[in-house]
Design a protein around this ligand. Structure first.
Ligand SMILES: NC(=O)c1ccc[n+]([C@@H]2O[C@H](COP(=O)([O-])OP(=O)(O)OC[C@H]3O[C@@H](n4cnc5c(N)ncnc54)[C@H](OP(=O)(O)O)[C@@H]3O)[C@@H](O)[C@H]2O)c1
Length: 243
């Protein structure tokens, strides 16, 4: 990896959470194809390494790192690693997520499932932002993409239960907006949320109409927005989507 005189990696560096499968894996592939060095993170390092090998065999640049998103120790270790080995962080894709209460009524969902879901989908994202964004802010440039869902849009809210998942992603949307407001005097850093649509993955199931490539498209687009683009928005198919 080429470095400048400050021991900084020359190409952009991206961290993708939950990158060992599904949409996160595809986002990693697509970012690597744009010449970005991708830190493929996963709870199980060997699973990240499989994708790293694939990306490198295609001519891309990537490495694996173990990250449970709700662990401050893991996220701190990743930040220290980035600081030491790359001196920068340009892109953070908060993709890791769980939906364990699909079709469960709000009157039946257990409080344990609520807590587990919020711990990953909301607190986990906040943890990664708190631990990793200081390095990004030092560089004055950054793109953060929080992977949400249209199922959390209050405007289009319809019956469908899945209350833990949908309320957690609504909270993630609010978190996206609030963090972007805190960064209003740092125009180099953009933080947005993306709806990938209904995508064929372990989470989305076999009936989903979209491929992972289609699901990753808006996320990658937001992760590589040009200077001066918007911050604090929710997007689907590269268009603003109502909260
Ligand atoms: N698929 C859809 O239709 C759809 C629609 C809207 C939004 N989304 C969102 O898109 C994102 C990716 O979903 P997907 O469909 O690709 O799901 P997926 O195939 O189930 O993959 C989820 C990924 O998140 C990781 N993960 C879960 N909990 C984690 C934790 N605590 N720490 C670190 N990693 C964790 C998983 O790792 P392990 O392998 O270790 O479990 C896996 O890599 C999610 O945020 C999801 O809510 C998906």
């Amino acid at each position: 990896m080429q470095k400048n005189e400050n021991n900084q990696t020359c190409r952009k560096v991206a961290v993708v959470t939950g990158a060992n499968r599904g949409i996160g894996a595809q986002v990693s592939r697509q970012l690597a194809r744009q010449g970005i060095h991708v830190i493929v993170t996963a709870r199980q390092l060997p699973q990240a390494q499989q994708l790293v090998d694939e990306i490198v065999s295609e001519g891309g640049s990537a490495e694996g790192f173990c990250l449970e998103v709700s662990s401050p120790q893991n996220a701190h270790a990743l930040c220290e690693y980035l600081r030491q080995h790359h001196g920068r962080l340009d892109i953070l894709v908060n993709n890791a997520g769980i939906a364990v209460d699909q079709w469960v009524s709000g009157f039946d969902v257990s409080l344990d499932v609520m807590a587990q879901t919020f711990n990953t989908n909301v607190t986990g994202v906040l943890n990664c932002c708190q631990q990793l964004m200081p390095l990004m802010r030092e560089g004055g440039y950054g793109r953060v993409v929080n992977v949400s869902t249209e199922l959390a849009s209050l405007t289009g809210m319809e019956l469908g239960s899945t209350v833990a998942y949908r309320t957690s992603k609504a909270a993630l949307n609010a978190l996206t907006k609030l963090l972007s407001l805190e960064l209003k005097d740092e125009p180099g850093i953009l933080i947005n949320a993306a709806c990938p649509g209904w995508v064929k993955t372990d989470l989305g199931g076999d009936q989903a109409p979209r491929t992972v490539a289609e699901g990753a498209d808006t996320i990658v687009w937001l992760a590589t927005l040009p200077a001066g683009a918007g911050s604090g928005g929710l997007y689907r198919d590269r268009e603003p989507y109502p909260w």
